[in-house]
Design a protein around this ligand. Sequence first.
Ligand code: FES
Length: 146
Amino acid sequence: MGMTSTPPRRRFLAWLTRGFLSLWGLGLAWVLASFFKPPKLGGSVAERVIKVGPDESIRVGQARLVRHGRAPVWVIRNRDGALVALSGICTHLRCVLDWDESRNELDCPCHEGRFDLNGNVLGGPAPRSLAKYRVETRLGQIYLHL
Ligand code: FES
């Protein structure tokens, strides 16, 4: 009586089947993983949204300096009632700008740089205009997008 051994052909088929099954399993796992992964927000770097406060807390002609890390941003309600958001850092030597309500502009206390509400340089040694940011009101709250 000889030993019963699986013929090589059958062993090969079993190996092939296992191989296909594991590939199929990997594919399924990948599909499931991509399905449950949270969607990316706005490209590779998620946009930061900062809640500034209630809509009525910044009235026409008023402004608020929103501190965010080392880069504060001015949120200003212009004379038309629209909100604008501008970098609070002077483009000359990086002093923090002041809001001048009577002149309707941002002024630099260091070397008299001046900027309008579009961020354009009005005077002084500042070499560039200020960065602008998106700001919006949703459900009575002001949100700043950085
Ligand atoms: S740092 Fe603002 S004008 Fe020099």
